[in-house]
Design a binder for this molecule. Structure first.
Ligand SMILES: C[S@@+](CC[C@H](N)C(=O)[O-])C[C@H]1O[C@@H](n2cnc3c(N)ncnc32)[C@H](O)[C@@H]1O
Length: 334
């Protein structure tokens, strides 16, 4: 009998964030440590945030849970970090870490590893403190809503980060595609989405409770991102090791992606050919007058000839196709 996808409120009732960390991130025998997920993503994150390509003032982490590993390199770049989760328990527990309550999860081996990757071994004692100072807010988030964050102010980030969240929150592929669009409303045009997720996975367990995961492959994630108006800059896959025998989850691997939100949301609907059309002889409309556009994301095959030279332009040649190229992201604001 097919098992239905759990309702999101399970994360307010049955998800024990501390048990989640102990099972998956413990330095002794955490499943995601043994399966090399942590090593894989920490290397990718260190590379991404030290390269200077992904930068800015504000970063929003979506579906943080009680994890900080994904923020350790980012806190060297972003001055303001907002963490968020659907589960009230996760948000409360995160606040305890922020306020240094005794008995919180020991991230020190992970922090030391990241400092080594960044060539700053001597700074490992300061890094966790630096991250605490960068975290400005802990907000309620629901990726299935068109306005995913509960905030009194409209938020607009330079970077969105999300690890292992969307596949836990979305019951089907359409919901996942919509969730990408929902969270993208929080990202400035030209900003970056950095996301990690499980591939070909159907469940994971915390304690003795089983949580649903949306099954998808790498091609599906890539299409969901380009369909939502992203340009993929980096896409890496880490397969599950062959000797990984635990049954806490049935993932086959993980992906890491860096994608840039396109700066224009216009798309060409129709090209109106002009070959020295005399009606344009005295036109003072330049270049774009012959295009009909919509505010849908630009499909890859539509990028290219998005302008036409007019009779009054220097390089205009009568009786020739005067189409020219504008690079993706360089379209004017019409
Ligand atoms: C597998 S945990 C991942 C936590 C953390 N990001 C990590 O990498 O360890 C999934 C997280 O997604 C959150 N979540 C589930 N449904 C959500 C929703 N609709 N909107 C936002 N977060 C959600 C859960 O509360 C949980 O913290």
């Amino acid at each position: 009998m097919a098992v239905s996808f759990n309702d999101k409120d399970i994360y307010n009732q049955k998800f024990n964030p501390r048990a989640h960390l102990d099972r998956y991130y413990s330095s002794k025998d955490g499943a995601l440590v043994n399966d090399k997920y942590l090593e894989f993503v920490l290397k990718q994150l260190a590379k991404t945030f030290t390269a200077g390509v992904v930068e800015g003032e504000t970063l929003i982490d979506i579906g943080t849970g009680l994890s900080i590993y994904q923020l350790l390199s980012a806190c060297e770049v972003f001055k303001e970090i907002i963490v968020s989760d659907y589960s009230a328990l996760c948000r409360q527990e995160f606040e305890k870490w922020l306020k240094k309550h005794p008995g919180t999860f020991d991230w020190s081996p992970v922090v030391r590893y990241v400092c080594d990757l960044e060539g700053q071994s001597e700074k490992s004692t300061q890094k966790e403190e630096k991250l605490r100072q960068r975290v400005k807010e802990i907000l309620k988030c629901d990726v299935t809503q068109s306005q995913p964050l509960e905030s009194s102010l409209p938020l607009s980030a330079d970077c969105l980060l999300s690890s292992l969240c969307l596949e836990a929150a979305c019951k089907d592929h359409d919901t996942y595609r919509r969730a990408i669009k929902n969270i993208s409303t929080l990202l400035k045009p030209g900003g970056h989405l950095v996301m990690m997720g499980a591939l070909e996975d159907t469940y994971y367990t915390v304690g003795d409770h089983r949580f649903s995961v949306l099954f998808y492959d790498a091609g599906f994630v890539r299409n969901a991102l380009t369909g939502a108006g992203y340009i993929i800059k980096d896409f890496q896959v880490c397969p599950r090791p062959k000797d990984s025998a635990h049954s806490f989850s049935d993932y086959k691997g993980f992906f890491f992606v860096v994608a840039c939100k396109e700066t224009s949301s216009l798309t060409v609907l129709e090209r109106i050919p002009i070959y020295g059309n005399p009606s344009f002889e005295n036109s003072n409309q330049l270049n774009c007058g012959a295009l009909k556009v919509s505010n849908k994301a630009i499909e890859p095959e539509e990028r290219g000839t998005t302008g036409l030279l007019m009779p009054q332009d220097d390089n205009y040649k009568p009786e020739q196709n005067n189409g020219f190229n504008i690079a993706p992201g360089a379209l004017p604001d019409w």
